[in-house]
Ligand binder design. Sequence first.
Ligand SMILES: [Zn+2]
Length: 75
Amino acid sequence: MNCFYCKGDMVPGYTTHVAELENCIVIIKHVPCLKCAQCGEVVYTGTTLQKVEQILEKCKAAMTEVAIVEYQPAA
Ligand SMILES: [Zn+2]
């Protein structure tokens, strides 16, 4: 797989996903991803994206202003 932007090599790694929701900011640590070796662009696979969405939904319901959570594949 190659980078959408610079056609560089995408290598598996981990990133920190930061999302701004209506009422809070969610920081998800250690999200598995593919990262471009050249420009640092990050891509998630389909299941990871779904899981991130699930985590965001939970955080939305929790009504905290800033949430820092660990990515849990099994959650
Ligand atoms: Zn790139």
